[in-house]
Write a protein that binds this ligand. Structure first.
Ligand code: NDP
Length: 514
């Protein structure tokens, strides 16, 4: 059976009547070869998937934390045993090197493990202090599943990024309907099929629906209890507008323009190594990738020299040993070209790379570019480039670097390199972003206990960690009266003296504070 037949089988199992629907093709961005043909699922098909998920959600929630943890473990075991098969599919459909796909899947598995292991202690019923006014009551708090969560995923990390929502939503007791990007439907279908194989007693707790943007829009309108979206800010706005019709809550992960600050006393070689990986890995198609560096005058020359040397040694392509692959989405090449051209036209210089040549001639593989002292007003500094480019700008000191790093509408993540621990932490804490790594890049994404998400145009809400579990729940508050008080303040039968007596008590307890 060919890959296409296997995928078709997978999708038709997931979508009754798929054969009569329109289809779309997924192709290898390096070669143009067909990876799979998938149904364009319409609103009716999406609604049917959500209806199945609604039934599954009840059974899944009823299993409780312990039983769900076992099934999530079976899922991660399945993924781990088929790591190479999945990595090969990611490589063919997204274009990234096989080893980078392995790294991505490893991270996703680690998050699955953490979410499964920590859901109970984060979300289960607990007693909280009732406080002075309700001292005769017991107070309970728990985090209950929402029901069905719609996950709209991107193509750049087609396993890791959606799993940041899927794993945490499932661990919290929800069913998930996942709409993978039209550029990576085969990976999305594979993940759903893997769930059905690993968790056969609750197969509809995770389903994939495939299609183009309209299928995602249909998911927003299908009555799900929350939508977790990863993608661009313009599409994020459309998703929010669609969800507003039904007051469906949303989680928005919208990319960024992340900066690195290199301080006077930083380890320049380590900073350069991290900047090159942060900017160029995955062909720069990383929402938390480093797109801008602000290096202090003290280290600027050495940093530029080191980065340029390292970048000069990178060999992009699709063969073994390639540093990174082609652009997954061919149209992204035009964005990178525009940003690079603008940077040079605006007065920046290219230490390496530069104008991006025609798309067709190079099979969507873009050579890396190191752009120096590009004006802050230029698109290459202001807009998300999502390509293998980096701008490096000289600043007087780290404070100026921080001010420039923060002068953006985005605020996803970032990095600080500093010799002083306190200074590094201080800069990191003052960076206007959801996550910052000190003396490394992207590390926060690999720490399952840490929340992941942005501020400003980078979106809102958090995946990963305890916050990520709670994101897919609603807090439920319960009180239970343990014994009645002689005077019931919330009764029409309370004596006239009750309120003045209460005022006196409150005066004693709180009135002394000035
Ligand atoms: P989009 O924001 O257009 O798409 C993201 C996801 O939303 C895809 O699954 C897409 O489906 C889906 N979608 C599209 N239209 C709708 C809609 N009306 N309602 C619901 N869902 C919809 O991103 P692109 O993939 O087109 O990439 C464009 C830019 O976004 C990139 O250049 C990059 O800058 C940024 N981006 C950022 C990412 C990040 O990690 N933060 C990830 C991906 C992109 P389909 O693919 O089928 O159209």
């Amino acid at each position: 059976m060919t890959t296409v037949e296997r995928q078709d089988e997978a999708m038709s199992a997931n979508a009754p009547g798929a054969a009569e629907q329109d289809t779309f093709r997924s192709t290898d961005p390096a070669s143009g070869e067909l990876v799979g043909v998938f149904p364009v699922q319409d609103a009716a098909a999406v609604e049917a998937a959500v209806a199945r998920a609604r039934v599954a959600a009840e059974a899944w929630a009823a299993l409780g934390f312990g039983e769900r943890r076992l099934r999530l473990a079976a899922y991660r075991g399945y993924l781990a045993r088929r790591m190479n098969e999945l990595a090969d599919l990611v490589h063919r459909e997204n274009g990234k090197p096989h080893d980078d796909a392995v790294l991505e899947i490893t991270l996703a598995i680690d998050h699955l493990a953490w979410a499964g292991a920590h859901a109970a202690r984060t979300l289960r019923l607990r007693r909280v202090a009732p406080g002075l006014l309700a001292a005769n009551h017991a107070a309970y708090l728990e985090y209950q599943p929402l029901g069905v969560v719609g996950v709209i995923g991107p193509w750049n990390y087609p396993v890791f990024t959606p799993m940041g929502s899927i794993a945490y939503a499932l661990a919290a007791g929800n069913a998930v309907v996942f709409k993978p990007s039209e550029h990576t439907p085969a990976v999305g279908a594979w993940l759903a099929r893997a769930w059905q194989a690993a968790v056969p007693d609750c197969p509809d707790a995770l389903q994939a629906v495939t299609g183009l943007g309209e299928t995602g829009a249909a998911l927003c309108r299908a009555g799900v209890d929350k939508v977790a979206f990863t993608g661009s800010a313009p599409t994020g706005r459309r998703v929010m507008a669609a969800c507003a019709q039904t007051l469906t809550p949303v989680l928005m992960e919208l990319g960024g323009k992340d900066a690195m600050i290199v301080d006077d006393d930083a380890d320049v070689a380590a900073a350069a190594n991290a900047a090159v990986w942060g900017a160029m890995s995955n062909a720069g198609q990383t929402c938390i990738g480093i797109e801008r560096v602000y290096a202090t005058s003290a280290v600027y020359d050495a940093f530029v020299r080191e980065v340029t040397e390292q970048v000069a040694g990178l060999r992009p392509g699709s063969g073994p040993g390639a540093a990174y692959g082609p652009m997954t989405m061919a149209s992204q090449t035009d964005v990178v070209r525009r940003h690079t051209d603008d940077a040079l036209a605006d007065g920046g210089t290219a230490a390496l790379g530069g104008p991006v040549p025609g798309t067709q001639a190079h099979g969507n593989v873009i050579a890396p570019a190191v752009l120096l002292d590009v004006p802050e007003s230029s698109a290459a500094v202001r807009e998300e480039t999502f390509g293998p480019t980096i701008t490096i700008t000289r600043v007087a000191d780290a404070e100026e670097g921080l001010a420039r790093a923060n002068a953006t509408s985005y605020g996803l993540a970032g990095s600080v390199f500093a010799g002083s621990r306190s200074r590094g932490l201080s800069l990191a804490r003052r960076m206007r972003s959801g996550m910052t790594s000190v003396n490394s890049v992207l590390t926060f994404a690999s720490v399952p206990a840490l929340p992941f998400g942005g501020v400003g145009e980078s979106g809102f809400g958090r995946i990963h960690g305890a916050d990520g579990l709670k994101e897919f729940t609603r807090a439920k508050a319960v009180t239970r009266q343990r014994f009645p008080l002689p005077v019931d303040l919330m009764s029409f039968r309370r004596p006239a003296s009750a309120a003045p007596a209460l005022a006196r008590v409150i005066g004693v307890v709180h009135g002394r504070h000035r």
